[in-house]
Design a protein around this ligand. Structure first.
Ligand code: 0O2
Length: 254
């Protein structure tokens, strides 16, 4: 469709000239699309440059997480060669999302800045190691802390001192170096070490109750049941460890 359009053109020397021009609707649509694309590109560039430092920090955490995961995989490999058994059942990793980081910063009442996030939030990068037996957890703890590039920053032993909920796991916050173009950088990684029974309990409890808002009476009843399950799991771990120790003794005598 064609129609006549009065176009105002700003001349370099100032003033206006009115010019009759025949413009098609297709041309207008094309121009509109070009302008939208240009604006989107500019907005994306602005957004990317403003979030770059945070994305860079997350990528450092991801690298540190990979380093720690590899360290555990190597320990597992070496242990399996020496003792014909794997002390690690599974390893999983997770990086907190930007939203989760902001939520935690708000919850802890710390300023939302890169510096304060890095200084105050220790579980941005997480590595979860699930072991068959409780003694494997402490063996792996000693082995990883023996690495001369690993520094223990904080330790919470929720196996010896379970949480009120019944939650059990060994939490280590360790610092490991990552090597960047501009040099070495120490990064914190949270390691959660658990047995299969502890992991099963924590995964189900996480889905059912953890940080959920339930009516008080129902929550109280469910918490009691989950505590009973945690106790059953503790006994299960104890018996399994006992069976393992006995078979080891028997095999050693053989
Ligand atoms: P996700 O998604 O598993 O990472 P906070 O994170 O502030 O609540 P804090 O003091 O920083 O707690 O650390 P804490 O309590 O030593 O360990 C937090 C992590 O341990 C949680 O991470 C859970 O993974 C796990 N955890 C702690 N308590 C419980 C519990 O009662 N039940 C279950 N299922 N898991 C628990 P996130 O970030 O909350 O979750």
């Amino acid at each position: 469709m064609l129609f006549s359009w009065k176009v105002f053109i700003t001349l370099k020397r100032g003033g206006y000239m009115i010019q009759d021009k025949i413009v098609s609707l297709k041309d207008i649509e094309e121009k509109k699309r070009e302008l939208t694309q240009k604006m989107e590109k500019q907005m994306r560039a602005r957004l990317e440059s403003s979030t770059y430092p945070l994305r860079a920090l997350l990528s450092y955490y991801r690298s540190a997480m990979m380093e720690v995961e590899t360290k555990f995989k190597v320990l597992d490999e070496q242990f399996s060669l020496s003792y014909d058994r794997n002390p690690i059942e599974s390893i999983s990793t997770r990086l907190k999302s930007i939203d989760q980081i902001y939520d935690k910063a708000r919850r802890k009442g710390i300023p939302i800045s890169l510096k304060s996030i890095e200084e105050n939030i220790y579980d941005i990068a997480g590595v979860r190691v699930v072991c068959p037996f409780e003694k494997d957890i402490y063996m792996l703890r000693s082995s990883i802390l023996n690495h001369d590039d690993v520094v223990l920053f904080e330790e919470r032993d929720y196996i010896k001192n379970p949480k009120e909920s019944g939650y059990r796991s060994l939490h280590l916050i360790i610092e490991v170096p990552i090597y960047l173009e501009e040099g070495k950088r120490q990064m914190k990684v949270e390691v959660q070490l658990r047995t299969m029974a502890m992991d099963q309990w924590a995964s189900l409890e996480h889905r059912l109750m953890y940080k959920k808002d339930l009516p008080d009476d129902i929550a109280k009843d469910l918490r009691k049941k989950l505590l009973e399950c945690a106790e059953l799991n503790r006994k299960l771990d104890m018996i399994m460890q006992d069976i393992k120790d006995t078979t080891d003794l028997y095999l050693a005598d053989d």
